[in-house]
Ligand binder design. Sequence first.
Ligand SMILES: [Zn+2]
Ligand SMILES: [Zn+2]
Length: 118
Amino acid sequence: MARIPAYKELINTRLANAYGGWIYCEGCNKTIGYLCYVTYDLFRLNYQCKCGNCGSVHITFEPKSIKPTNSKQSLIQIKNRLCCPEDKSPLTTLLEKNLDSYKYEINCSACNTKYQVD
Ligand SMILES: [Zn+2]
Ligand SMILES: [Zn+2]
């Protein structure tokens, strides 16, 4: 069954599908990353693209009844995906070569853990 986001806001940014897939900068239409569909509960990205455009993505699903644990760990890279270090769930890809700067937070749905990169 398709999940329905509880909150969704895209600024200067396009997403290939309703809540996942390739992430495009609307300034230059280049891909700046990829968001995996089913493994996250919250995704929040703020970035500045190499073209100068500043954009953001904010999508959340209904929160779980138990608050997520904040992790000080970083996501680990497996092949081209950033993955949860606990259960190896693939979460996102950010194409650093197309980005001047970015920060994000993402919750892994499988272990209810929040990762944050500033
Ligand atoms: Zn751009
Ligand atoms: Zn996890």
